[in-house]
Design a protein around this ligand. Structure first.
Ligand code: AHR
Length: 614
């Protein structure tokens, strides 16, 4: 029995309570939310960043082409370009299986090029079956300039290739193909943006994660004007894309910054969410555990943070407000919260730096909440020290992260019941229960009731990570999965959607007696559909009447890769997994198939009498 006490009102729940955390991990940006179809468009991939990279990664050359990094470059931040000889061509393979284009939709091609003499280029879009759209001819003349063409394919494919052929010697850079049809016309991939928008997130935390702090803490090297592997610095990511840096990111691949701070702010606005950026603090957690002692550099990062607030909120007459206006958004983006640092496990070193950021921001922008963090883990001495420092200094809000098992989430529903009501508020900036199964989602949903019950302390919460391209995975589980032509939400996504679309106004106390049971005897039909992998997926538990039949189909591959425990005998019939004499407790486990499959498990309970129930 559940007893509700509507006469008593506990915490108010803010509309911003549940949000999303976007990090460019699992190739979430390029080839993902940022729908660039050409991989390594600016030839900046480098073996120095990743041993499997060269400046020609994802390109094949017919004839002669060289990656060149010299004073003839397009921009100080865009270091390498391609020198293509006459009669030669280069072809890009895109992401996943190739370039995805849809019949009848428009795609914008552009390239920066220079040539001493007037040089015709032919640009083609094709797949193994042939041409996808009429080839385009462009003529390059003189110094660096941008040339454009539009393709409208007459066939849909996910295995396309883009080729550029030159009749004479030419220098090329920023070879790009982008869909015209994007979310709200603001340049982001529609299906992914729509899935995020359907959550109705209260906030968007960005751009990371470990991505923010790690790499070199330096900015550009003053002498060369360039520094590889630097921390994520927002000024690298705004302005014309050909002048934006690329970065060898923490997750082992090269990111383009085509999705930069302007686009993040615009996206937050487009989905009706509060923007919540994270800036580097000149200390690094995420396995590096370094603190940079360089006061000049620290002051520059603090000034960059003040400039960021001006970029988001400042009038168009201000330097950075004017930059925002030039990029297309004269109105402010209404930044109210920002976070300094991510998961720092040198708490004292972090905190001295954090305090300098906080003091500067509060002096210039007293209405902006500066969020601190509590280190990389949810417990232990580092965590305790970090919390103590934050508490002693009356910090407004502290970000804490944890990735634990479903059991942990079920057993720790009361975590925040005992948090100090007068201390800093909590931003649960990252959490997940270690898989994308129904069991994980259920444990997170149960846990979220505890967050909500404590909405006076827990002010913001976001599951992490948000996106994963199934072919470039560094981290799982993830909320939304995709490849070059499709996207799908996990069970955890559905839970987040349920909570975010039904945020209450206030907590009404209630008590429950009795033990709820989730699995009754199975006498009717049960449909279970989940995406699963070996790594993340360990069981599908079915509690059924003895003697039933279990049918699993659509394994997306070899059904023999699946085994079960718990009794009964099974066989594969017509591509289906058929198990008869199902025991009351039955578990199916994967065995060695690392790919994700849409795994539809249909459970039919066939009573011993032979009568089939659906
Ligand atoms: O969400 C993935 C990673 O987990 C984040 O980058 C980091 O903050 C955490 O360790």
């Amino acid at each position: 029995a559940i007893t509700v006490h509507p006469e008593r009102s506990d915490a108010k729940i803010d509309d911003t309570m549940y949000g999303v955390f976007f990090e460019d991990i699992n190739r979430a940006a390029d080839g993902g939310l940022y729908p660039e179809l050409v991989q390594n468009r600016s030839f900046e991939y480098s073996t120095a960043d990743n041993s499997s990279y060269t400046p020609l990664t994802s390109w094949t050359v017919s004839g002669t082409a060289r990656a060149v990094s010299d004073d003839g470059r397009l921009d100080a931040r865009n270091r390498t370009y391609l020198a293509l000889d006459g009669g030669s061509s280069v072809t890009n393979a895109g992401y996943n299986t190739g370039i995805r284009v849809e019949s009848g939709k428009a795609y914008d091609f552009s390239v920066w090029a220079r040539a001493d003499a007037s040089t015709p280029l032919t640009v083609t879009l094709r797949d193994a079956e042939g041409t996808l759209a009429e080839a385009r001819r462009l003529t390059v003349r003189g110094g660096w300039a941008r040339y454009r063409a539009r393709f409208t394919p007459d066939r849909t494919t996910s295995t396309g290739r883009l080729a550029v052929a030159a009749e004479g010697a030419v220098a090329l850079d920023m070879i790009s193909l982008l869909p015209r049809d994007t979310y709200k016309g603001h340049g982001l991939r529609k299906d992914l943006a729509e899935k995020i928008a359907a959550l109705h997130p209260g906030f968007v935390r960005f751009p990371g994660g470990c991505l923010v702090n790690t790499g070199s803490m330096q900015g550009y090297d003053e002498a060369s004007g360039y520094q590889r592997k630097r921390a994520y610095q927002w000024k690298d990511t705004v302005g014309p894309v050909e002048q934006r840096a690329t970065n060898a990111n923490f997750w082992g691949y090269n990111q383009s910054y085509g999705l930069g701070y302007y686009e993040y702010f615009q996206f937050a606005e487009d989905v009706g969410a509060m923007p919540l950026p994270v800036v580097p603090a000149l200390v690094t957690g995420c396995g590096q555990n370094k603190a940079v002692d360089d006061d000049t550099l620290l002051q520059r990062h603090i000034q960059d943070t003040l400039d960021l607030i001006e970029f988001a909120n400042g009038p168009v007459t201000s330097e950075w407000g004017a930059r925002r206006a030039r990029m297309g958004h004269p109105r402010p983006f209404h930044l109210t919260h920002l976070e300094v640092g991510n998961e720092e496990n040198l708490p004292r070193e972090f905190f001295t730096r954090f305090e300098k950021f906080r003091t500067a921001v509060e002096a210039a922008y007293p209405d902006v909440t500066v969020i601190s963090n509590a280190g990389p883990d949810d417990s232990g001495s580092t965590f305790d020290t970090a919390w103590q420092l934050n508490r002693d200094a009356n910090v407004d809000m502290v970000d804490e992260h944890y990735y634990n098992s479903p059991q942990w989430f079920l057993q720790n529903n009361d975590r925040y019941d005992s948090y100090d009501r007068n201390g800093p508020k909590v931003f649960l900036g990252e959490y997940a229960s270690g898989g994308n199964t129904f069991k994980n989602a259920l444990s997170e949903a149960a846990y979220m009731t505890g967050l909500e019950r404590n909405a006076d302390v827990v002010k913001l919460a976001s599951y992490a990570p948000l996106l994963a391209n199934e072919d470039y995975v560094q981290w799982r589980p993830d909320m939304i999965w995709f490849n070059n032509h499709a996207s799908w939400g996990s069970a955890d996504y559905e839970v987040q959607k349920l909570f975010m679309n039904n945020v209450g106004d206030r907590v009404v106390p209630s008590t429950a007696t009795g033990t709820p049971t989730l699995n009754g005897p199975l006498s009717g039909a049960v449909g279970l559909s989940t995406w699963a992998t070996t790594a993340a997926y360990d069981d599908v538990s079915v509690t059924g009447a003895d003697g039933g039949t279990l049918l699993g189909d659509d394994f997306g591959g070899d059904a023999s890769q699946w085994t079960h425990t718990g009794g009964g005998s099974w066989s594969v019939q017509d591509g289906q997994y058929v198990q008869t004499d199902v025991a009351a407790e039955n578990t199916m486990v994967t065995a060695g198939d690392p790919a994700w499959h849409d795994y539809d498990l249909h459970v039919k309970a066939i009573k011993k009498s032979g009568k089939e129930g659906f």
